[in-house]
Write a protein that binds this ligand. Structure first.
Ligand code: TZD
Ligand code: MG
Length: 568
């Protein structure tokens, strides 16, 4: 440029912020610290919402579920080494659950790390992240920040969504370059998650198999909820007349009270169906890998709709694989079914609805009991009605009994309203997911937590108060993991699975200015939850549950290894 004119400069800090804003990413979930504290401050000043947590794992769970809810990558920002490692659990969890998320961590300089010279928080983070996520990149030069973020965004949301690691060494932020060149280096990602159209032959094959069935079943997975093809899915299921079974986070795609919903007749439909169409659901441990007694003896045919071709035949033979994004596949189904579709035999659909009615009737009186201290069903009966009255509310749920029983009892009416432990069955997702759900949707959140599960992320009640979020945490406090009655006969220590008796978690919320309530009966619980839903104030309700009410590992106790040796 002409001598004497000051060239306009930009730097790594500003290019990271510009790259995020250019791609419509307007929230960062983080824990500040070297070398990213100023990045957070500058991002906030530039209009990005920067949410600061008390532990990076919770910031990561928030980012992952934000990705699931918005189909844009949720961004978690951490410091190097320990902060990166704390975020890594959430990145691996997002990858396992197919949530689009980017973990951005500050890191040490390559020249020091590669010579292992002992830098501040030195760690070869890129190498450590690679095996645990879908893609991992590092950016060393300011002019590459635009490409780095473009690659990370595309990798996170395209095909099967997942977690991506982006490594930013500290010195990158301070690097300056010509501002015009900097802007030119940025990339606005075009069509980050392109439609994956299924082949017409695969669509025809799948519908022919479904039409041939005497006892068909459709299983909707959280991939179907993620697709945000709600109308297409609803009309496909209704047009087919086929009973559907929603996996936990797919509940609400069609209301659980829908006449074709087989949720309350799960064991019957898994055992007796002859054709099963999986839509965005994987035949993993949650569906006993498509084998064994829960699937009955008779041979079954599996149709599978998934965006990932390698998912096919992963557990059992798939006679009709349909590879594509669920929105494109289901609209292709709907077009092909426009005429000449016959509903499944009435004896099959009638058998299911009578089984469902029988099970619902059996459960009903349990949900009305007014015991104090409460048992799970008495407390869940209250919360079932709250969700019915507030269908826009988002239900976050974790625990063992608290999770397993709530999943079956609390009906969902709308898509993407139930956010729980997902594929891994991981404890600790509660507060992070509740915070992101409240921020990303603006709807009230009801977090139903086992007392142990809550403990993994409980410090975030301060975060909830700090941002004044409409989150009502209900802790099912049974004094322990699974129950509160285990005894240690060997010494003075408490048994390994019990907590302080009669703990008052509600006092924690009061400590930060939120509303704390101790509820010892369903009526007290009902009053407190309804008050919270109306006020929108951060609320924690300590629901006192009978310590003897739970069972080991909820519904999955069979996964526990047993010792065959006689106890001494
Ligand atoms: C990260 C992590 N740690 C430990 C576990 C093991 N675990 C643990 C510790 C659970 C807590 C169950 O106790 P709770 O109080 O949350 O629920 P209930 O007492 O109502 O069963 S459920 C479960 O699978 C886990 N799933 N995830
Ligand atoms: Mg418990």
């Amino acid at each position: 440029e002409a001598p004497g004119t000051e060239q306009e400069l930009t730097d790594g800090f500003h290019l990271v912020i510009d790259a995020l804003k250019l791609n419509g990413i307007n929230t960062i979930y983080n824990v500040p610290g070297i070398p990213i504290t100023d990045l957070g401050r500058m991002a906030q000043a530039a209009g990005i919402r920067v949410i600061s947590f008390r532990h990076e794992q919770n910031a990561g769970y928030a980012a992952g579920i934000a990705g699931y809810l918005t189909k844009k990558p949720g961004v978690c920002l951490t410091v190097s080494a320990p902060g990166f490692l704390n975020g890594l659990t959430a990145l691996a969890h997002a990858t396992t659950n197919c949530y689009p998320m980017i973990l951005v961590s500050g890191s040490s300089e390559r020249e020091i790390v590669d010579l292992q010279q002992g830098d501040y928080e030195e760690m070869d983070q890129l190498a450590i992240a690679k095996p645990l996520c879908k893609a991992a990149y590092r950016v060393l030069h300011a002019q590459d920040i635009g490409i780095g973020f473009a690659r990370a965004i595309r990798a996170a949301v395209s095909g099967r969504p997942g977690g991506v690691y982006l490594d930013l060494p500290a010195k990158l932020f301070g690097q300056v370059m010509n501002a015009e060149a900097g802007q030119k280096s940025l990339v606005k990602v075009i069509d980050a998650a392109p439609a994956q159209i299924p082949s017409p032959a695969s669509v025809k094959r799948a519908l022919d198999v479904l039409k041939s069935a005497k006892r068909p079943l459709i299983i909707l997975g959280k991939g179907a909820a993620y697709a945000q093809a709600d109308e297409e899915i609803k009309s496909f299921v209704e047009k087919s007349g086929v009973p559907f079974l929603p996996m936990s986070m797919a509940k609400g795609l069609l209301p659980d009270t829908h006449p074709q919903c087989a949720g309350a007749a799960r064991s019957t439909v898994l055992k007796d169906s002859d054709v099963v169409m999986l839509i965005g659901a994987r035949l993993n441990w949650l569906l006993s890998h498509g084998k064994g007694k829960s699937w009955g003896e008779a041979p079954k045919k599996f149709i599978q709709v998934d965006i990932e071709p390698r998912e096919m035949d992963s557990n059992v033979e798939i006679v009709a694989p349909v590879v594509g994004d669920i929105g494109s596949v289901v609209s292709a189904f709907n077009q092909a079914m426009a005429t000449g579709w016959t509903a499944p035999p009435a004896e099959w659909t009638k058998a299911i609805s009578s089984k469902r009615e029988e099970n619902v009737a059996k459960m009903a009186p349990k949900l009305m009991n007014n015991k104090s201290p409460m048992d799970y069903h008495g407390a869940l009966g209250v919360l079932k009605n709250v969700i019915k009255e507030y269908p826009e509310a988002i239900l976050v749920n974790e625990g063992a009994n608290t999770l397993d029983l709530a999943r079956g009892v609390i009906d969902m009416y709308k898509p993407r309203k139930r956010l729980d432990v997902g594929t891994w069955g991981v404890m600790g997702i509660g507060m992070g997911q509740a915070i992101a759900a409240a921020l990303e949707t603006g709807h009230p959140v009801l977090a139903v937590e086992g007392d142990s599960a809550f403990g993994f992320s409980g410090m975030e009640v301060e975060t909830i108060c700090r941002y004044n979020l409409p989150i009502c945490v209900v802790i099912f406090n049974n004094d322990g993991i699974y129950r509160g009655t285990d005894v240690n006969g060997a010494n003075a220590d408490p048994a390994t699975t019990v907590f302080v008796k009669g703990a008052r978690y509600d006092k924690m919320m009061e400590a930060f200015g939120g509303v704390g309530v101790n509820a010892t009966s369903p009526d007290e619980l009902k009053r407190a939850v309804n008050e919270a839903m109306k006020s929108g104030k951060p609320t924690l309700i300590n629901a006192v549950i009978d310590p003897a009410a739970g069972s080991e590992s909820g519904r999955i106790g069979n996964l526990n290894p047993q010792s065959v040796l006689q106890k001494k």
